[in-house]
Design a protein around this ligand. Sequence first.
Ligand SMILES: Cc1cc2nc3c(=O)[nH]c(=O)nc-3n(C[C@H](O)[C@H](O)[C@H](O)COP(=O)(O)OP(=O)(O)OC[C@H]3O[C@@H](n4cnc5c(N)ncnc54)[C@H](O)[C@@H]3O)c2cc1C
Ligand code: SF4
Ligand code: SF4
Ligand code: SF4
Length: 372
Amino acid sequence: MKTFFNLVQEVQKPGLCFRCGGCAAFCTAINYGALEINDNGKPVYGDLEKCIECGLCYSICPEINDLDEETKRQAAWSEPMGRVIETTVLRSTQKKVRERASDGGVVTAVLLHLFERNRIDGAIVSRPVGKFQREPYLATTPEEILESAGLFFDTAHRMKRLSDEYMTFSTIGELDPMVKKGLKRVALVGTPCQIRSLRKMQVLNLIPSDAIKICLGLFCSGNYTFGIKEQQYLADIAGISWNDVAKFNLKDKLIITMKSGSQKTISLDDMVSMKRYACHYCSDYSAEFSDISFGGLGAQEGWTTVISRTPLGRAVLADSRSADRIEQIKIEDNPEFASHALKEVRKTSLAKKKNARYKRRSLMGQSVQVKI
Ligand SMILES: Cc1cc2nc3c(=O)[nH]c(=O)nc-3n(C[C@H](O)[C@H](O)[C@H](O)COP(=O)(O)OP(=O)(O)OC[C@H]3O[C@@H](n4cnc5c(N)ncnc54)[C@H](O)[C@@H]3O)c2cc1C
Ligand code: SF4
Ligand code: SF4
Ligand code: SF4
């Protein structure tokens, strides 16, 4: 039976750990408690003695192929970038949502709608802490969902809250104050790697993944590290002071919006060295295993490109639209909007896959040991 020990050898040592946190979230959630996430976001043995060698952390790792076929089958995945039921361009109808959001605020609007309709009790999101940090967060009120809108890059949310929330779900739940909240209908917002890990748990019917009722995936070209050096580097290229920055966003480039309303852009090529190492080997751009995928790419400023991938996702979007939570771009403004958006996402998606294949081939050609 392969265990976390093998994940260290096969995934972490070659530098391929996406730090999605799925392995540690699961191990903690079902109260084995052998793994933890260290301060750098890396899963490590917290208490090796507690490992019962169940092997499940290994199976659900998105870097391990064991459950790929079954995961694809359950998602009705198809070439070239997963199931696409419908592509559209939307935005929130509420100004207060759009003002905080990365793009059109559709993720936030959909979450607020699900709350209002009493379809979910909580949402795993990622809330800002300072200019460059985020932390995983289980939002249980509309106000908390709104506070979590937008995008910062540094910390992936690692599904930590999933773990915290359901730490003792199957065993000593009464000791866990979070579980006492009785949250059994939760939405997960995450990057493609996080969604994949969760889907693998669902393939195996593992607690606590059964509590995740809908997966909202974000397009993702990579996670970037904004240390002090990197902040200075970006400020120098863009000629800005971070104190004057209102928000920043990632599409096919980094877009920095200043408090004055003006914008600066930085090419992603200038940020390659800041990208998390494992992201270079990742082939999922458009969150292929989510119920709905969201990104700014392909949409005009202030709007979100949205792909429904499952009947559930499509129904939730339709319901949110009929409740006037979200609106679609007017056809007369841009008759080609949907096909344009899909074309852009496909192009970027295929480029990411090609790059990942190339990088993996080079990795196999050389025996690299990266610092982990
Ligand atoms: C690391 C990362 C890379 C991205 N790369 C691209 C890209 O290359 N191209 C592109 O078009 N779009 C990319 N996106 C998605 C884009 O930034 C927007 O999140 C998306 O368009 C939805 O916009 P919105 O205004 O509808 O969402 P909003 O209403 O602003 O909601 C965004 C939601 O995402 C959550 N969130 C924010 N950061 C994280 C994080 N690090 N991990 C998990 N959840 C988070 C927030 O809590 C919030 O619930 C990326 C997002 C992330 C987090
Ligand atoms: S108990 Fe199971 S999930 Fe936890 S580290 Fe060991 S093998 Fe992995
Ligand atoms: S990719 Fe995710 S599941 Fe795999 S070892 Fe890294 S954190 Fe764990
Ligand atoms: S590129 Fe995005 S989806 Fe892929 S490993 Fe990095 S953070 Fe995860």
